[in-house]
Design a binder for this molecule. Structure first.
Ligand SMILES: Nc1ncnc2c1ncn2[C@@H]1O[C@H](COP(=O)(O)OP(=O)(O)OP(=O)(O)O)[C@@H](O)[C@H]1O
Ligand SMILES: [Mg+2]
Length: 370
């Protein structure tokens, strides 16, 4: 049993606030990911959980016990650092075995049992052939896997990982991601994993905390943060390409109203008191690009086509705004006139002042779909 709880945690460096009132609850056995842009406070949050930094305000609890000012070794966590440091004079084998060797008596393992554990994790990370080498004789990606192996060989209360796959090529990264997820689920070790890579976060996490400027903006399952972003920041951080944001107005018309976006108008059965400004969010996957006009289709011009293989990202201009659509690659050409159809059942609405999602309004816009 190992849960982690942060309560109103603040960490300042001089006048800069790296972590700003972060409150989080990581459940027992959960794979929890901290996701956000560079400098948003991910590493600092992880170091606070590890006990390598102490907060200026707030508390950190493990299994309900206050560990805010406890030493790292009293917390029983294993951490993989963003800038992995291996012992240069030890072989890869000894580097991986190190955390077990130093506690050999305490954890009651024989040398043979340690050897089995090291080989097992080396096999999983595809570094078996490197066990006799020194870190200086390894590539960056190989060193990174050794650092990860050194953390995974232990069975601590919590695994803390700071971008442990960042130096691997795309294929290896996807393979390691799958191995890591399998092992974590098999052993049920509570894990807090830091990354700025949304695909990694989506693929690994039970839940994701999206951070920005030292704050947690939203916590949710990968599906929730992707499809129900609580803030425009989350909407435009996740997705490839991210969600389109259109500046629109809602105006009274007749008995109802109308939503007006650049190049797009759509009647509503509901009317605001006056004119309301909103940001309308539409994912590129929920825009269709047609070659013939029709009801509910809006004229646009193809600007750029980025083929992805089966699909393509098509950048379009519509009423002076730029919109990206992710569609089957039907050989669209720059300069071509096309007709867009929005899947209104999937749109989001955000308050232009605060950036917060306006759920009720989005439901009204969606409810009239079809
Ligand atoms: N020891 C330090 N002294 C001063 N400022 C620091 C220190 N450590 C971090 N910071 C600042 O705190 C903020 C958060 O840093 P942090 O390393 O937690 O970001 P991060 O989200 O891990 O970013 P990255 O994705 O680039 O690793 C940054 O503005 C950083 O400059
Ligand atoms: Mg970092």
């Amino acid at each position: 049993m190992a849960s982690v709880r942060l309560e109103g945690v603040v960490k300042r460096f001089g006048r800069a606030t790296a972590v700003n009132r972060v409150t989080l609850e990581v459940g027992d056995g959960e794979f929890f990911v901290l996701l956000g842009p560079s400098g948003c406070g991910k590493t600092t949050t992880l170091r606070l959980i590890a006990g390598l930094e102490y907060p200026d305000e707030g508390r950190i609890l493990m299994d309900g016990e206050d560990v805010t000012y406890k030493e790292p070794k009293e917390r029983n966590v294993a951490m993989v650092f963003q800038n992995y440091a291996l012992y240069p004079n030890m072989t890869v084998y000894d580097n991986i075995a190190f955390p077990l060797n130093v506690r050999r008596k305490e954890i009651g393992l024989t040398r043979e049992e340690i050897r089995e554990k090291v080989l097992e994790v080396a096999r999983m990370l595809q570094i078996e052939e490197l066990l006799d080498r020194k870190p200086g004789q390894l590539s960056g990606g190989q060193q990174q896997r050794v650092a990860l192996a050194r953390a995974l060989v232990r069975r601590p209360r919590v695994w803390l990982m700071d971008e442990p796959l960042s130096n691997l090529d795309a294929l290896l990264r996807v393979a390691m991601r799958a191995e890591l997820k399998r092992l974590q689920k098999e052993l049920g070790i509570t894990t807090v994993y830091v990354t700025h890579d949304q695909a990694e976060a989506m693929g690994l996490a039970d839940r994701i905390a999206v951070m920005n400027r030292g704050k947690v903006v939203q916590v949710g399952t990968p599906r929730e943060v992707f499809h129900e972003p609580s803030h425009i920041f989350v909407a435009t951080f996740l997705g490839s390409p991210p969600m389109n944001i259109l500046e629109c107005t809602i105006e009274p018309r007749g008995g109802g109203g109308v939503v007006k976006c650049p190049g797009i108008e759509r009647p509503l059965q509901w009317s605001p008191g006056g004119v309301e400004r909103i940001y309308l969010g539409v994912r590129p996957e929920f825009i269709r690009v047609e070659r013939s006009p029709g009801p509910g289709r809006w004229e646009a011009t193809v600007e750029v086509v980025e083929p992805l293989g089966t699909e393509a990202v098509v950048t379009l201009t519509i009423g002076g705004a730029i919109v990206k659509a992710k569609v089957l690659d039907e050989g669209y050409r720059p300069g071509e006139t096309v007709y867009l159809e929005l899947d209104w059942s999937r749109v989001q609405a955000f308050d232009p002042e605060t950036g917060r999602a306006i759920g009720e309004l989005a439901r009204t816009l969606r409810g009239l779909a079809g």
